[in-house]
Design a protein around this ligand. Sequence first.
Ligand code: NAP
Length: 262
Amino acid sequence: MANDKEVIVLTGASGGIGLELARELALPHRKLVLIARDEARLEALKQSLENTGADLETKALDVRDRDRLHAFLSDLDNRNPVDVVIANAGVTAGLGPGRSRERDAEADRQMEINYRGVVNTVTGLVECMRLRGKGQIVLVASLAGMRALPDMPSYSASKAAVIAYGHSLRGWLKPFGVDVTIICPGFVTSPMSARHKGAKPFEMPADKAAGLMCKAIEKRKAFYAFPFLLATGIRLQNLLPARISDLFMGGFKAEIEDDPRF
Ligand SMILES: NC(=O)c1ccc[n+]([C@@H]2O[C@H](COP(=O)([O-])OP(=O)(O)OC[C@H]3O[C@@H](n4cnc5c(N)ncnc54)[C@H](OP(=O)(O)O)[C@@H]3O)[C@@H](O)[C@H]2O)c1
């Protein structure tokens, strides 16, 4: 049954930044719909948020499974028209052992989850929002999408694709009353970043990052990159000739440990 609460869909809610976003967003005037693959972790999160007064719903889904995701989002939107969707689910990988090339399966997986999974999440709701003439689409990209990290080719490319997709969506949807917010975090402490073995300047705790992200979402910012100093440095890199910029970006060399969830 539809209610008058603000309805927010969040993917990648079971861990890291998503989990802290859920904690930050869980308020009595909201219904939160929490999506990830790990049902047990979603259920534990739901239980931990029960005293917040928020209406909570969880759904174990893989964002790569477009048919199941769309069927769920369509049913949800019929029951509870969605106000905000936050496409946050993502994975990371990098070069292989001894700085050998990235494995094909990992290159594919990152594009499938980080880019196509985001598109699947958006396309499951965008027409409902457009026809209603209101809504907000939030895409969690990365500073690595603004200036690629040297050892994370497909991750950087997947996040650059998300940024480009978001800018395009915003141009299309603004006249229909639907806002698009692209968020580019720097290094945030999470299970993902724990597997990132390399320099992580200005790394910040996930709860702090979630707080900053929620402020940007509430202000309906078009684009938000943080932390400010690192984001400014990345913006400056893009003004330099590529060969000079490569020298600075060499400081971001990293090894990415395998993700035990895949
Ligand atoms: N941490 C950083 O330093 C950092 C920096 C910049 C950008 N980001 C971005 O921020 C987002 C969150 O990152 P994080 O650090 O919180 O990562 P994380 O700790 O690894 O959490 C990733 C979340 O995505 C979910 N997920 C992964 N694959 C999925 C799939 N196929 N379908 C549905 N859900 C899936 C995971 O849950 P399940 O395993 O239960 O599915 C988990 O809830 C990502 O998009 C990431 O690229 C992170």
